[in-house]
Ligand binder design. Structure first.
Ligand SMILES: [Zn+2]
Length: 304
């Protein structure tokens, strides 16, 4: 039944209320015999304080000025990574769905533009369970999408959001995150598969524990032939302060100190291995490379 309703809505062009300002298919790169694409879920609108509050304000202002970023309002892109090879069609995170923000939740429209329907996705892999990454599991009728997919989530991340105490310990600002994550996880409880740090979760795709943004946040290294790319999720969450001052505590991370350590370790690895990266909230589609800068690092988008 829900398939028919969705097909009807798709034909009517009414399945997404989000009007994308840019292209739904954002960036694409070859990876051996595979293809890595980012598709847009729209963008978020956040108060600057959500990220910047814990930072040294006198040093912050010139960094933001240099990047042309307003201190009071952020509008980060949401880029879902889609990896396709001979066997797999893997979607990393599913976006916000219809219930989080009016500017986000465009995954169906963007998959359609890439020539895909939700039923074509063979695997959904989660970096973490924040709303802009997991709420898109359910459509506007509260029916699950991605009916043919196997769901995969890191064990520690699942356990954290599944714990009934989390809604009381996470703090008022994120209590709705906990309720929303649990409700969606209950929909996939019987079919989800778990993995741990370092595990090869699918052929050529390995999980890398990048905890801090959330307690069980995971990134993923995809290898195909001699090429590799790192799906960062929110482990490096923006192209300005996270690159210039990776050691600064960010308000968007649940454990700020641990997330800062994770960023430093990740940058060392990305530079040493000259890896391509895909960042969920990085600009211009989020696929690119990292260079050292006079201070910190700089994001060099492929699309630039
Ligand atoms: Zn996010």
């Amino acid at each position: 039944m829900n398939f028919d309703r969705r097909a009807f809505l798709t034909r009517c062009g009414a399945f997404s209320a989000v009007t994308l300002t840019g292209s739904p298919v954002l960036a694409e790169t070859r990876l051996g015999s595979g293809t890595l694409t980012t598709v847009s879920d729209g963008s978020l609108v956040l108060p600057g304080s959500f990220v910047f509050e814990p930072m040294p304000q006198d040093k912050l202002a010139p960094v933001l000025g240099e990047f042309g970023v307003a201190p009071d309002r952020l509008e980060p892109e949401c880029n879902l990574a889609l990896y396709r090879d001979e066997e797999l069609t893997v979607l990393f995170d599913v976006g916000s769905g219809p219930d989080f923000m009016p500017t986000a939740g465009a995954v169906l429209e963007s998959l359609d533009a890439a020539g895909l329907s939700p039923d074509d996705i063979t695997h959904v892999v989660f970096t973490h369970a924040h709303p802009d990454h997991i709420w898109g599991l359910l459509d506007e009728f509260d029916d699950p999408l991605f009916l043919n997919a196997t769901y995969l989530m890191g064990r520690a991340e699942w356990d954290y959001w599944w714990n009934p105490e989390t809604v009381d310990t996470i703090g008022d600002a994120r209590a709705a995150f906990a309720v929303g994550a649990k409700r969606r996880m209950e929909m996939i409880e019987d079919s989800v598969e778990f993995f741990n740090d370092g595990q090869e979760i699918l052929p050529g795709i390995a999980a890398i524990g990048t905890h801090g943004h959330t307690p069980g946040h995971m990134s993923f290294e995809i290898r195909n032939g001699s090429q590799s790319a790192l799906i960062l999720g929110d482990a490096i969450g923006n192209h300005h302060v996270a690159f210039r001052k990776p050691e600064w505590i960010s308000g968007s991370d649940q454990d700020g100190a641990r997330a800062a350590d994770t960023r430093k370790t990740l940058f060392d690895r990305i530079i040493a291995d000259q890896m391509q990266i895909v960042g969920f909230h990085l600009p211009q589609g989020g696929i690119g490379r990292v260079d050292r800068a006079t201070e910190g690092y700089v994001f060099v988008p492929d699309a630039g």
